[in-house]
Design a protein around this ligand. Structure first.
Ligand SMILES: Nc1nc2c(c(=O)[nH]1)N[C@H]1C(S)=C(S)[C@@H](COP(=O)(O)O)O[C@H]1N2
Ligand SMILES: [Mo]
Length: 311
């Protein structure tokens, strides 16, 4: 850090209170109106959903990362843009139920999906995936969710839909890193995108759980994307928008630093980041060094999507 930035999450009460009261009241009114007891308490009714059955087709070449490590070392810049170990302690005010996803753009029926309904409709499964951050740390974890393709099929994209643009929820008063992020030049809310064939690929998941439980807030509760052959920043957290678009959508890291972060961002050990090698990775929490695999080890499944130039 070059400059000392005040702890902007410690905003004065007089500034914070009205918005907090507003949020709480709104969530409670919504919950009381449309949901049962679980909604009123702000908790999703996830009875029977977790743990989901593990899909044995997805095996690993390395041990599963300890839960405390994967849930205690996070990139979620809206909560803290610099300290990965602080994120888990800053998520307390984040309200993740009820939750809806707006589906818009080139689809047969633009609509607002309620996550509880989505969870009733698509059977959940657990998969072990490698996960590789562009900053050269990695982990291997059991995600719970379902293939994104299953959801997309029910939304009936039109032929003009060539990409999907995803957006994270925008709640500065529940996400105490957003103000510091703004000072660092970040343009919230976080946004990402996939080409339609990438979104439809059987490895691409809508994820709502981790380690056999609902997704912790620091890992992107209540619903995130997981694309295991791409650098971690493509796996956008806490999504509220799926926009079916015809042109390649702008993405948060590409807009922030285009010389370092492209649209495709496929894991490639042979292509250096301008500031470091991508040939190796450090596995959390002990940071043992491993060789990074082409497409993060998913080459035989995904190489066919590309002509070798998209990284
Ligand atoms: N909304 C949002 N999504 C995000 C990020 C973020 O800061 N905000 N960080 C990304 C990055 S850089 C990584 S490596 C992964 C980290 O996921 P994890 O904390 O579950 O390991 O989330 C990705 N999704
Ligand atoms: Mo990352």
């Amino acid at each position: 850090m070059l400059i000392r930035i005040p702890k902007t999450w410690e905003i004065p009460e007089r500034e914070a209170t009205p918005e907090h009261v507003y949020w709480n009241r709104r969530e409670i009114v919504r919950a009381a109106g449309f949901l049962g007891a679980a909604g009123l308490l702000g908790a999703a009714d996830t009875a029977g959903l977790y743990p989901a059955k593990r899909n044995p087709a997805f095996t690993l070449d390395r041990p599963i990362t300890e839960e405390w490590a994967a849930t205690g070392y996070n990139n979620y810049y809206e909560f803290h843009p610099t300290d990965k170990q602080a994120v888990k302690d800053l998520v307390g005010k984040f309200v993740t139920h009820p939750w809806s996803i707006e589906v818009k753009g080139h689809v047969a029926k633009p609509q607002t999906l309620d996550l509880d309904d989505v969870l009733k409709k698509f059977p959940l499964e657990e998969r072990l995936y490698r996960f590789r951050c562009v900053e050269a740390w990695s982990m291997a974890v059991p995600w719970t969710g379902f293939p994104m393709s299953e959801l997309i099929k029910t939304l009936q994209p039109k032929p003009e839909a060539k990409y999907i643009r995803f957006v994270t929820v925008n709640r500065p008063h529940q996400m105490p890193g957003m103000r510091m992020g703004e000072a660092l030049g970040y343009k919230w809310p976080y946004y990402e995108g996939l080409r339609m064939d990438e979104a439809m690929h059987p490895l691409t998941m809508i994820v709502t759980g981790l380690y056999g439980k609902p997704l912790p807030k620091q890992n992107g509760a209540p619903v995130r994307v997981i694309v295991p052959w791409k650098y971690g920043y493509k796996s956008i957290k806490s999504i509220v928008t799926m926009d079916f678009v015809s042109k390649v959508p702008p993405t948060f890291w590409n807009d922030t630093q285009a010389t370092e972060y492209g649209f495709y961002s496929n894991v490639n050990p042979n292509k250096r980041h301008p500031r470091w090698s991508q040939a190796f990775e450090k596995v959390i929490p002990r940071m043992e060094v491993r060789r990074t695999l082409m497409y993060n080890g998913y080459e035989s499944e995904v190489a066919r999507l590309y002509d070798g130039k998209e990284f």
